[in-house]
Structures are given as C-alpha cells and as structure tokens.
Write a protein that binds this ligand. Structure first.
Ligand SMILES: [Fe+2]
Length: 397
C-alpha cells in the first residue's frame, strides 16, 4: 500500500532514542516487504515484540484440494454452508491453488489473535459488521467493505451486533491496487476507479495490557500457537506505507462505454497470479445497437470465480444463481450469459448487480465445503437441461 500514514506518537527521526514515561526506550520494529526493498512501517512498542514464552504446533481444521475433474462450470451456494465459528479458524475453504485460497465464513464470535505469515489477505464483508483490531489500530467494517491485511500483521476479528458473513482471499504474496492505476511514486492516477480518499486506515493506536497471550500463526510450514509475554497490541505509534486498510465496493466508480467493456475495467486489486474485480451497479452500454450483457468468452489462461453479493445478476438469470452464490468458470470451458439474457438486456440502461470476481492464472482446485453446497445441475443450464444425458443429478437445484 503506497499511501503514507502516521498514527500516535513517534520520534521525529527514525532509529533514534524514543523514551517511555518511565525513561525506558520504546522498542522499535520495522515491518517491511521484499527484503527492505518495498513498503514498510515503523512501529513503537511498549514491550519487546520478540518476547515469546512458548511455541506449540497447532493442528487447524483439516482441509484438502481436489482437481476440478471432470472439468465443468460449477455453482456453489455458500448460504447452504453451516455458519458459526470465528472469522479466522471458522473459514470454510472453497477453492484453492498455489497462489490463493478462497474461503467463506459466517462468524458469530470473536476470533483469537492471528498472524498469516504466508501472504496478504483480502476479506470481503458480504453482510454484518465487524471490528478488526491489529497492532496498527482498529478498522470498523461492514457490508461491502474490502479489507486488505498485509502479511504477518497480528490481528483479530470481532463481529458487532450479530454474525458477519465474509469471503476471505488468502494470497501467497502481496495484494494491492492494480499497478496500471498508480504513478511511479504510488499515487492513484486520474483513470483509476478509486483513489486515496476512498481508503480507510486505522486512526489511532490500540493498546491492550495483558500477559501470556496466544497468537495463532499460519506459516509456510503449518500452524504454530505462539505465546507472547505481553499483548501484541502495545504500539503507541507507527508510520509508513504498510498497514491494514479498508475500501468499500460502493466507492468503486465503474468504467462504462458505448459497447460492452471487458472485465479488466472492473479490476480492483492484483495479487500473485490473480486479480480481484468488482461488478457494481452501473449504467450499461449505450451504443444504439448495444447488447449490455457479456459476449460468450473464453479467457484461455484463467479460471474465473464470481461471488454474487447483491442485486440482480442479469446475465445469469435462469441459472439458479442467488445471493451468496459462487460460480466457477474454468479455463477449457467457454462461458457466457444464460439463454435469452442477451435479448432481454437490449434497451436496458442500468444493471443493479454486485459481485466480486477472482480470476486466477493457475487452475482452482475444489475443497470439500464447496462440494457440499454444489448445485450440480449448473453445468447444463446453458443447454436448458436439468440432468446430464443418460444420468440423474440428484442435487440439481
Ligand atoms: Fe467471464
């Protein structure tokens, strides 16, 4: 994240003496990416951020990946999944490859403290509200918010006034705005669909006085429960360009045209070998002969996952897609609007749709929770059949 922020108390010069009221030094910590060659922040702790008193292996809920075989388009109904649990350990993994993992959770209780040492996380709030607390401070989030948590930030998620529904995209690298929307110095350019004014970061430090505090660390070789001598939320000030931040999908300004615009105009973030796009309510194509829904397309190098999070998704009408649905259109399969959608769309000037798309360059495998909520008849809906020839699909919706 290139946008510089400064919160709380920090010394005027970095790496110099900065003393607590009792005369002792604050403990300075640099959190930085790509070997001191990219974004970083300097944090000032009351206690040593290195002081741990225990480390134990932790077994997270088991999960597995199955290849998308036979290859076919898929439809998963996330609202059929059991809810409950917290927003981190309760995540139900749906789709994954070596670059990212997509999960869904209906969280009804506060999470433990957590650190993802593998990569950045992008959380999308489908419904409900939450308070996200981290070493950098607090982010209050609600329906439509994306939250980007940089690698290794210690944080926790607390639902506010009831359960919160979230889609979690965990990367094996860094997630940020598309490079083409940034100047060489990192400022959002005029053609970007959002800019610095739309971003929210922590506004003040958050400190908690506790000792012997557990942090669940997901790292490149498994999970470990580390116990810190003092609560990690002991930062009195920080500055820099690396911190958790939030951006509402409702602040994404759609790019429209006379004829149908390709998905890259919806791109909101980039990650390692994947992109995240936002489909938001917008005026649609206004050429006198325009067909506002997408043309059939085959993005030969990508798998495409779409999470339907609001409105009516015109191109998918008749497919069984509903609020909370996820479609997966893999490479090797041409996809497009449902039969009749192009004719119905002619003359329409506004789409009230809200969806989050993840396009990956490597194929997405299927995880067990996704299979448990799959609408297995989806693949045949373009042919307007409910069952494959000669067979019965018992779970066809
Ligand atoms: Fe597509």
């Amino acid at each position: 994240m290139p946008y510089y922020r400064r919160i709380g108390e920090i010394p005027p010069k970095r790496h110099t003496q900065f003393r607590q009221p009792d005369g002792s030094l604050y403990a300075e910590e640099l959190m930085g990416q790509e070997g001191f060659s990219s974004d970083s922040s300097l944090l000032y702790h009351r206690y040593l951020p290195t002081a741990i008193v225990a480390a134990e292996e932790y077994d997270p809920p088991a999960w597995s990946r199955l290849p998308n075989r036979p290859l076919k388009p898929r439809h998963f109904r996330t609202h059929k999944l059991d809810g409950g649990g917290d927003a981190i350990l309760g995540r139900q993994h749906l789709l994954a490859n070596d670059d990212c993992r997509v999960s869904y959770v209906v969280a009804d209780r506060p999470s433990s403290l957590y650190r993802n040492a593998i990569g950045d996380e992008c959380l999308y709030v489908e419904a409900g509200r939450a308070r996200i607390e981290s070493t950098f401070g607090v982010l209050d989030v609600g329906e439509g918010d994306y939250v980007v948590i940089p690698t290794s930030v210690i944080y926790r998620i607390l639902p506010v006034d009831g359960p919160v529904r979230m889609l979690a995209i965990e990367a094996t690298g860094h997630i940020g705005p598309p490079k083409r929307y940034l100047s060489v110095r990192g400022q959002f350019l005029e053609h970007s669909p959002y800019c610095e004014r739309d971003l929210r970061g922590p506004t003040e430090p958050l400190t908690v006085d506790e000792s012997d505090v557990d942090v669940y660390v997901q790292h490149r070789r498994g999970w470990t429960r580390m116990t810190y001598a003092h609560h990690p939320f002991d930062v009195v000030g920080w500055d820099g360009c690396l911190y958790p931040w939030a951006f509402s999908i409702h602040d994404f300004e759609p790019i429209t045209g006379r004829v149908h615009q390709p998905p890259p105009v919806h791109q909101t973030f980039q990650g390692p070998n994947f992109v995240i796009c936002s489909f938001v309510p917008r005026k649609v194509d206004y050429h006198p002969l325009a067909i506002p829904v997408p043309y059939n397309h085959h993005n030969t190098d990508s798998d495409e996952m779409l999470f339907y999070t609001g409105g009516n998704y015109e191109a998918r009408r008749g497919s069984g897609i509903e609020q909370g649905s996820i479609s997966l259109h893999p490479g090797g399969f041409t996809h497009g609007p449902q039969p009749g959608a192009p004719e119905r769309a002619i003359g329409v000037d506004y789409f009230d749709e809200l969806a989050v798309m993840v396009d990956t360059f490597r194929p997405l495998d299927l995880c067990e929770p996704a299979l448990s909520c799959e609408d297995t008849g989806y693949a045949w809906t373009w042919a307007q059949r409910s069952n494959p020839p000669g067979g019965v699909d018992p779970s066809t919706g």
